[in-house]
Design a protein around this ligand. Structure first.
Ligand code: NAG
Ligand code: NAG
Ligand code: NAG
Length: 370
């Protein structure tokens, strides 16, 4: 490598590690705040990473993907909506009723997604509910009827405040299925917007029943039980929410030129390689991916006369001239980042939700004398 690179990187790294190694250092708090987190998450029951987020993350980090960073700071192109944060909320609702043999309902469940983590001034631009089954469920062919799925928007709790006693609910979706698919998606953008006022978030009621109420009434209990048993593959529900952190969007820069800093031996101002490993800073239990990244840093001299490659400002050129005349009184210009590029990070937030977020200015691409 170039002069002193290993030693310097090691020293820098030791500094960063000691400041971050402690449980709650002011530096760590600052960094977490910059990442939009109040405290360091410590996932207790981390949900598996939704495949849709993995897919987007991998596409974004694949060097073969033509990246338009300008757009990515303010748009989630994968869903064609404005945004730079994708969160997948786990369902926190309880089962209200599960398949008593003498009723026509196979499953009745409250769905609840705590979206309060979205900050004020962070518009929600998309919300998509996914209902998953572990496999496609078929109803026995001897019966002419399929399943009926109903989704209600809970609007008002009854005076008793019991979760199962909603005094007002609005039907959002009513669909019949001859066959339940592995995954059903519903557009809940408008509903999720109303949930941003916590007192208005009473969740949803999901109801899966055998055919219609009338059709099922005549069926013997054993038959109903069998029919309901065939949809016992009900797995989980989750809510994917896209929002726009306007701060990130405003900070957006030009697209990056190169991912890695060049390695040529010189003591002039230029980017130096620095790999930041999240496990070294003790963040491996909540950052899912990447495990680390090439952040780089700027180091080197800004000597007189400054050349064009040093990306100087007129002010820096004058400063080196003054410095050459009066080295004691005026310092050399500083070697600082002049072009940075973003990365995407996949992590668990303080509520164990999985988040894919775009961060500006995480990688030093170019340095200059300023
Ligand atoms: C929702 O999450 C916030 C923290 O983000 C928490 O303070 C609040 O109690 C949660 N609400 C419910 C109903 O779980
Ligand atoms: C979802 O619904 C919102 C508002 O109702 C609408 O603007 C948006 O285009 C819909 N998204 C999709 C993918 O259909
Ligand atoms: C200055 O900018 C040019 C391109 O704009 C780049 O190739 C060069 O590496 C930069 N210089 C430094 C020291 O980063």
């Amino acid at each position: 490598g170039w002069w002193g690179s290993a030693g310097l990187t090691g020293l820098l790294w030791a500094l960063v590690s000691t400041t971050l190694g402690v449980a709650v250092s002011p530096q760590e708090r600052l960094l977490l705040k910059a990442l939009g987190l109040s405290t360091k998450p410590s996932p207790t029951f981390p949900a598996p990473v939704p495949s849709v987020l993995w897919k987007i993350f991998q596409q974004r980090t694949d060097p073969a993907t033509p990246a338009n960073e300008q757009d990515r700071a303010c748009r989630v192109e994968e869903f064609h909506v404005p945004g730079n944060i994708i969160r997948v909320f786990a369902d926190q609702g309880n089962f209200i009723h599960s398949g008593a043999p003498d009723t026509w309902r196979c499953l009745e469940k409250r769905l609840y997604f705590n979206v309060s983590v979205l900050e004020e001034g962070e518009p929600l631009t998309m919300a998509q509910l996914e209902i998953q089954f572990s496999h496609n469920s078929y109803h026995p062919s001897s019966w002419g009827q399929g399943f009926e799925l109903r989704l209600y928007h809970a609007l008002q709790m009854s005076l008793r405040g019991m979760s199962s006693q909603l005094s007002s609910q609005k039907l959002l979706v009513g669909q019949s299925f001859a066959q339940l698919h592995k995954s059903l998606l519903f557009n809940l953008t408008e509903v999720a917007k109303s949930w941003r006022t916590p007192s208005k978030n009473l969740g949803l009621i999901l109801e899966i029943s055998v055919g219609s109420r009338n059709g099922a009434l005549g069926l013997p209990p054993k038959r109903l039980q069998n029919l309901c048993a065939s949809i016992d593959s009900f797995l989980d529900t989750s809510l994917l929410v896209v929002s726009l952190s306007q701060q990130q969007c405003k900070a957006s820069r030009k697209r990056r030129s190169s991912y890695y800093a060049p390695v040529t031996p010189s003591n002039l101002c230029k980017p130096r390689r620095l790999y930041i490993s999240f496990s070294d800073v003790g963040w491996e239990n909540w950052i899912i991916a990447p495990q680390g990244y090439m952040a780089n840093y700027c180091l080197g001299e800004c000597p007189f006369p400054l050349t064009a490659e040093l990306n100087s400002t007129n002010h820096a050129i004058l400063q080196t001239m003054v410095h050459s005349l009066d080295p004691e009184g005026t310092p050399q210009p500083c070697c600082v980042p002049v072009r940075l590029s973003p990365i995407s990070i996949l992590y668990y937030d303080n509520n164990d939700n999985v988040v894919l977020r775009h961060y500006e200015d995480m990688v030093v691409d170019e340095c200059g004398c300023r």
